[in-house]
Design a protein around this ligand. Structure first.
Ligand SMILES: [Zn+2]
Length: 88
């Protein structure tokens, strides 16, 4: 019985390794291995600009509300950026 139980235990620990792999968050998985951006959010319009965001990795792409199509390359929104103090 020694050998078979040892083999079974091996298989069980391998299964745990696979489960660990599966628990990697989808977003970091997408960033590591490249994302096909297959799941896009609905279009958002923000200060005269429309975009759709990838639900997996967060990449954005401009959305033309007139032709109802996405245009241009994917980009990632800058974390804080853009806001600059405007002092006179
Ligand atoms: Zn994506």
């Amino acid at each position: 019985m020694g050998l078979t139980t040892a083999l079974k235990r091996d298989a069980a620990s391998q299964r745990i390794e696979w489960l660990k792999l599966l628990s990697i968050p989808l977003s970091s998985f997408a960033r590591l291995f490249g994302c096909w951006h297959t799941e896009m959010s609905r279009p958002f319009t923000f200060s005269n600009e429309s975009y759709r965001a990838c639900l997996a990795c967060g990449a954005r792409r401009r959305f033309d509300i007139h032709s109802w199509k996405m245009t241009g390359p994917f980009y990632f929104a800058q974390p804080s950026g853009e806001r600059r103090a405007v002092d006179a």
